[in-house]
Write a protein that binds this ligand. Sequence first.
Ligand SMILES: [Zn+2]
Length: 731
Amino acid sequence: MKKTLVATTVATVLALSACTDNKPAAPEQSAAAPADAAAAKTEPAPAAVTAENPLLKRSSLQYQAPEFDKIKTEHFLPAMLQGIEEHAKEIEAIANNTEAATFENTIVAMEKTGDLLGRSSGIFFNLSGSNSNAEILKIQAEISPKLAAHSDNINLNPTLFARVKAIYDNRASLNLDPESLRLTEVTYERFVRAGAQLNDEQKTQIRALNEESSKLTTKFSQNLLQITKDIAIFVDDKAKLAGFSEAEIAAAAEGAKAKGQDGKYVIEITNTTRQPALAQLENRELRQQIWEASAYRGTKGETDNRPIVARLAEIRAERAKLLGFDTHAHFSLDQSMAKNPKAVMDMLGSMAPTVVENTKKEAAAIQDMIKQTGGTFELQPWDWEFYAEKVRKAKYDLDENEVKPYFEFNRVLHDGVFYTMNKLFGISFKKRPDLPVYHPDVEAYEVFDADGTSLAIFYADYFAREGKRGGAWMSSFVEQSELLNDKPVVVNVMNIPKGPAGEPTLVSYDNVTTIFHELGHGLHGIFSKVKYPTLAGTSVSRDFVEFPSTFQEDWAAHPDVIGNYAKHYKTGEAIPAELLAKIMKSRSFNQGFDTLEYMAAALVDMEWHSIPAGTKIADVEKFEADALKKHGVDLAVVPPRYKSTYFSHSMGGGYSAGYYAYMWSEILAADAFAFVQQQGGLKLENGANFRKNILSVGNTKDPMEAYKAFRGKEPTTDGLLIRRGLKTAVN
Ligand SMILES: [Zn+2]
């Protein structure tokens, strides 16, 4: 069965968030994401759902690309409900088979189930993240607990588990090939981790906890969507926007107009604590207003996320205890590369003092800059980026506005990202305007292998708009599987602010690297070459999944790549070597802040999930403050990248006790990238090694074994420290 159906039904929504960035939010092109009126359009109320529901059958388009031109919002709920029913029947038939359990009639049979549910929920949850509206939110609230219950019905079915266990117990004598053996183990673990070995009373408890958790995580994310709308900041007076470029002011005016506030300017709040506009706005009061809107999100009124956060932590602790683990962190990490919370705490703890020391130096330099420019106040969080930009400029003589004209969106994508993938893997991307899309901003591509073989369909959805979650991620509509003869259909979603109407979109260097990053995930799906859908593509542990994506980021600055795409959007002139050198040098600036805000969030996430069952958390803010203090990362001017009330990774569920995974993956990525440079850099042989040993194997192998097959040995942290400017390369 499709992995999203049983392993992570509740987290389906969150599985999509597998990739929100961990990178510093460098000043973005525009603080005001132009709202798109079309995105907010809702479908008319359904008259009746008839047999014409396109979700009920497999799409006739290539590789089952979704028929977005035919799918309407009202089709989702009936299709998913029918999908649950059909899937339940298929599973019952396997459980009640009178023949003795075999790998084929049980484990493989399960892989083949859930076609309708997988298709309909896959499309639905993709759209709920990237193109949501009121109707979709309503359906999501209704279907999520039903999916959680359905998932429990399967995982807690004793007859079915008895069959799985019989195969698992005899696996050594069944002559299974390595992939089939791994599937058997992964399937068995999934049942055990869901509570299959518990007694009836405990199973009832688990079901109740799952259902409550599903409702709460849905409410948490829906609150965030609502809050993002509610706290957008409208400015009356253009003079207050001093620091913004004319184009950014125009975009802010367009955004306000689209929200029915013609004549004003809107500044949208993006998902992290720090806000892009803070780097630019000269008006200190407005900066404070923006920062406070961001940092106090989810702490009041009907969208107060604090009780949800506290309760989710309690629920997860209870569940972990029922399943035989000390804490949720132990439960969560058991299946990861890190294996246990201690390994994570050791990794973060060993870095904390160096990072804090660097950050304090940065703070001192910023305080100096405030003084030099006539300020008499003490540095506050809303000042950091504004004055850091000034320090950056003074130290590196770099002006973001000077840089951006060299990063025009189309050149970045085609001459930068696609070009690199062609040089490394031989693949090419061909536009497929004939395939329907779910929003006019989305483009469909077909991906071809070096020998011309068609590999996959790839959707590119790069621009910010209303109805889209913050952040960036990759997801699949169809997972690759030889068993089901399925080819991958994947999507990359980002929130790049679109240029004003009629103007090109200029991308920050940070977003340039994020496009590389997301396509790195995309290729993990596209190059998947496995038999069983459960083990396909990105179905790897969280602390491994960010490795193939982070690995691709550094090509953005590689000399063989940047010269090909960083050209002035007006003149076509290549980026001057001197400016390029400045960009690269300035990348090491502010690394203390960037690393510390990330580590603070990762530690808060670990602490929330390290409480023993039965602990009641009365004060969410105090719990967070205590956690930061405990680990010595409590610098008031460097708050966590996300606070608990808007920490979707941690509280939404997808990355609970797993936010550390970005840094873990970065260790692998930096080590791998350095290795590839030693092997000659951007060339097909290196791509072939990476594809064969990492990208194509999905979860058919132990991740460390896969890594060693590629690299020849285990990774060290040197690459990461050098990459972050915390250590100097010796050769
Ligand atoms: Zn990612």
